[in-house]
Design a binder for this molecule. Structure first.
Ligand SMILES: [Zn+2]
Length: 399
């Protein structure tokens, strides 16, 4: 046998490793393996999402993960890549590297600041976006990582203001034995809201308190985070001793302006600052403020609008003051990434409001207005959620 007539074993292997065997051009061979092309990421206080754009579908059984200390290794067979490195501005992840191990094996190295939970899922090519492999890194304070949801229960956190040693607004003012305490009104209305919402099988209600107990403000925010809540509704009653004519229901939402102010403050103080007003309190770090807040503001406005509209249908129009931006020095309606409103259900310092607020029928009407507003908001949100999540291929839970 003459060697020049036939491929020698050595030359055959050379051709093979060059990506070509007889009759199969390089491009065709290459296209059999998806290429990991690009690293992108987004970061919020609750999650760092790292997205790997791929030229094709990465199958679930191609992926192997290995968490060692702070480093998450992900080996992906049947893929090709070039060396890539990306430093992240994230509170959870330092940097991401992608290595080609050989022509059909890639390795991803995710260096976290501390060991964290993670979740991997794949997205189909959709609406002009490529196939994607997604790694969510989730901080430990979220004991349950938020699931990727299709049709599912919507979760709302109802937060009855004050409680226990903190009575909130009282009447008569300065009395050591007040007849009316805000904490009781907020709890009564909140429990009614829960009872009404429980009639909707697709809505789950989580309460920050169900009894007369003191719950610190940050604990309330933590409850909302752990619940993976879709909305946070805090219920209060107002007090304006110098303006006894002030009355009615007001729905507050955080304003971007407010956050701009808070951001400046946080920057001046450099580290973590705690901003409080008389009703809520928030621990703010510059990091927290770096998060994308736009979506939350928009969603909070929509939630506020839905509640106000519904309240007007349940309570005399004249009693509804409408939506206001939180003006008092602070912050708070900011539950990262989640729409939140604070409802002042009336003024304890106003004679008529005070009378109404302690009566069951009025609490019930307010509760119905709030509950129906939440239902309507979720209804509009489900349409959007369904449209924006059709492309999940599979989810790999933390191994
Ligand atoms: Zn209050």
């Amino acid at each position: 046998m003459k060697e020049n007539k036939f491929l020698s074993r050595r030359n055959f292997l050379k051709l093979l490793t060059a990506g070509s065997i007889v009759g199969i051009p390089l491009e065709a061979e290459a296209s059999r393996y998806p290429i990991i092309k690009r690293i992108r990421y987004s970061s919020t206080i609750e999650r760092t999402r790292i997205v790997f754009d791929c030229s094709g579908k990465v199958e679930k059984n191609w992926i192997k993960t290995h968490l060692k200390g702070n480093v998450l290794w992900i080996t992906v067979k049947n893929t090709r890549t070039n060396y890539m490195k990306r430093k992240l501005r994230s509170n959870l992840v330092k940097e991401v590297k992608v290595y080609p191990i050989n022509r059909h094996l890639s390795r991803i190295k995710i260096v976290m600041k501390e060991p964290h939970k993670f979740k991997i899922f794949a997205l189909k090519a959709h609406c002009g976006r490529p196939f994607r492999l997604v790694v969510d890194v989730l901080p430990d304070f979220l004991t349950t990582s938020c699931p990727i949801r299709h049709y599912q229960k919507r979760i709302v956190v109802i937060d009855p203001g004050h409680g226990g040693k903190d009575p909130g607004a009282i009447w008569p003012i300065h009395s050591s034995h007040p007849i009316i305490k805000e904490k009781n009104i907020t709890l009564a209305i909140s429990l009614r809201v829960r009872r009404i919402l429980r009639q909707y099988p697709n809505i789950k209600v989580v309460m920050t308190r169900t009894r007369d107990v003191y719950v610190p403000l940050l604990k309330r925010a933590e409850i909302a985070a752990k619940a993976c809540a879709d909305a946070f509704v805090s219920i209060h009653a107002d007090s304006m001793p110098n303006f006894p004519n002030w009355s009615g229901v007001t729905v507050f939402k955080a304003s971007p302006k407010l956050f701009a102010q808070a951001k400046l403050m946080a920057r001046e103080v450099a580290k973590k600052v705690r901003l409080c007003n008389d009703v809520m309190c928030w621990s703010i770090s510059p990091l927290l403020l770096n998060m994308s807040t736009t979506v939350t503001f928009v969603e909070s406005s929509r939630l506020a609008e839905a509640i106000v509209k519904s309240l007007k249908a349940h309570v005399n129009d004249d009693l509804i003051n409408g939506i206001k931006d939180m003006q008092r020095n602070i912050v708070v309606l900011k539950t990262p990434g989640r729409p939140a409103v604070l409802i002042e259900t009336g003024f304890i310092t106003n004679r008529l409001d005070r009378k109404r607020l302690v009566q069951g029928w009025y609490q019930e009407e307010i509760a119905r207005g709030i509950a129906k507003g939440i239902v309507n908001y979720f209804h509009s949100m489900d349409k959007v959620a369904y449209e924006s999540f059709p492309e999940v291929e599979y989810v790999l839970e933390e191994s």
